[in-house]
Structure formats: structure tokens, C-alpha cells
Design a protein. Sequence first.
Length: 430
Amino acid sequence: MTPTSPSASRSFLGMSPALLWGYVAIAFFMTGDGLEQAFLSDYLVTQAGFSTSQAGTLLTVYGLVVAIAAFVSGILAEYVGPRRVMAVATIGWIVFHAGFLAFGVMQHNYTLMLVMYAIRAVAYPMFVFGFVVWISYAAPQNRMSSAMGWFWCSYSLGVGVFGSYLPSLTIPWIGTVATLWSAIAFIAVGGVMATFLVRGRGPSISGDRTLRGLGATIVETVRMPFENVQLAYGMVQRMINQLALYGFIVMLPIVFTRDIGFSQERWLQLWSLVYLVTVFTNLMWGVIGDRIGWVRTVRWFGSLGMFAATLLLYFTPVLAGPNALLTAGAVVLFGVAIAAYVPLSALMPALEPSRRGQAVALLNLSAGASQFVGSLLVTVLWDRIGTTGTVLALAATYLVGFGLSFLLKVDQGALADADARQQPASASAT
């Protein structure tokens, strides 16, 4: 029998008390990072005078940088420790966000906007995915899906509920640019919490910690999906997970307000509802995944659920007009379905228990790729096949994921078994 760790016995639905302030820090950080999400593309096009192509390019480049930084973040967190990575990410985010606003937005300089925004993109995955590595070590190993559910619950609470809803209050009061400046306060609070208040076991900092050693670790991580094809299957599933979300971030602020007729305030409230729902469903699917199976949850509720939800979120207001109640129903379904991919955050490290930080790096790469590919699909397809065609293309990707899920296999007890094997001395001494 696998022994139960102290952290597991003290946990609440998979949340370790040692990581509590980390979850709170994620909520604060993602509130600051998410303030712009639901209105930035609309602001750039309708108020700042940039084209839809320029707005799409800005977000596509951002997504590309996020994908690369997300990959490196897991390796760095394993290499130098999550606390250091999160602290540096906080400083970098504040510095380059200030540059994005002061030298780009306020000067109407698209080149500097693009450069500053792209550099700032490094900080977000460093912070949030660095904490995912921390969770993979410090959380109860036999409740890993539930622990990751808490992470995504905090993430959604920040980026969507507060991040999307607060601008609907602050923009009419202090304006768009001042709202963007206010994000720095939330980032700073989250950074302080992560740096000084989080406890819990992290990766062992040992071995070759030179740049050469880091390079060797990166090369080894790149090889892992080729050596273990299950990692590759999991990476594709994670990329598909949020394609519609990030594609819709580019499209829907414009489509819902310009074409369908929602006010900006109503659109922001509807978009925040996606994340309000996921605050609960992220944890729900994490717990359910531990009980009925991680792959089964992703297959039936994630892939098929997102296929239906992606279509409904667009076609419901197109057919019913700016009907907030009916559209809210489609939004709720979208929030339920997209969270059903939460078990992937436990599945990936379970595929490589002895190299879980590197497995998380691959998971992070796929998450960043989701943002890049989602934005890219809209940028490439929207002008060519129209809004309806682009939505159909996004929905079709989830059918691909459904088929791929039948190839995905994992031992859900692998993490707990690996930790038990690493503690033979303590087990024999009792």
C-alpha cells in the first residue's frame, strides 16, 4: 500500500496548507494580467485607430512568446526553484507593462507596443507555470488532479472573474488607459505573496547548475516527447484545450459589440461569467478526474463538451440577437466544458514521475502554444473565411482531440508510487 503523506492527510480536497498563499498569489497576479484581456483588441481597433490585423498580430506575437516562455518556465523552476522564478517574473511584468503603456499605447507607437508587450509576455508563464511545478512536488501526490483543480480555480478567479469584471466598473469611471495602469498593483501583491508567504517542498536543487547544464536539461526535455509518445499525445490535447478561448479573445470583443449589438459593459460581464463558472468547475473536474479517470474526463466532457460549447457560444447570440440571458446559458456551458481538461495538469507529470518538472515544462509549452495557435488561426482565417467559418474551424479541433484521447494512457498512481520509492529509509524506520 502506498503510504499517505502528512500533506495529504492535512489537505482539503487536494489543497496543501503549505501552498495556500500560492493559490491566492495566482489569483492576484492573474487579475492584473487579465484586466486587459476582454477589451484590449476592441480598444486598439475602435479607439486607438489600429487595424484588426495589427491587433491580431500583437496578440499572436504575445502568444508565441508565451509558448516559448511557458516551456522554459518549468525547466527554470526545476533548475533554480519556483520562488526565484516567480519573484523575477513579477519584476519583469511590472517593468515591461509600464513600458508598453508609457512608450507604446500612450505614444501611439505600434512598434514599441509590439516589443514591450512581447517581452512582458515572458513574465506571465514564468509566474503561473513556475507555481505548477511547485504544486507537482508539494501537493498530495494521490490527489494531484484535485490540487491542479485548485490552481486553475485560482487562475480563473483572477484572469476571468476579477480580470474581466473589474474593467466593466473601472473603464466608465477612470478610463481605459488608467485601468491598464491599475493592473500593476495586483501584480505586485501577488508577487509579494509568492516570494514571502508560500511554503512547501520544491524540486531538489542539485547537480550541474551552470548554463551548460541548463542547456543540456532543455535538450533532454525536447527529446522527451519523442522517447515517450504519451507525452506528445498529452501535449496536443493541452494545446487543443484553449484554442477556442484564445481565438475568441481576438474575435468576440469585436463581434459581440459591433456585429451582434451588445454594449461593451454587457460583453465584459458575459466574458467574466466564463471564468466565474470555471472557478467552480476547475475544482469539480479535478476531483471527478481523480475518481472516474483523468483521460475519461478529458475525452467525454472536455473534447465533446468544447465542440458543442464553441458552436453554441457563437451561434446563440447570432440567432437570438443581443439576448443576455440566452447567451449567458451558452457561456456557462463553455465554462463547464473548458475546465474538463484540468486532469491534464496531473496526467503529464504522472507520465514522467522522476522528471516531473520537465514534464510540466512540456505541458506549459502546449498551454502557451494554445494561446499562439488560437490567436494565429483567427488572424489567418477571419479575413479569408469569415466569422462563421473561423468558429467552425475552432470547433473542429475538439473532434480531433476526441479521437486522439483513445491513444492516451496513464497510471494515475505513478506519482504517489514514485514518492514512496524515494522514501524507503523513513518507511523502514517506523
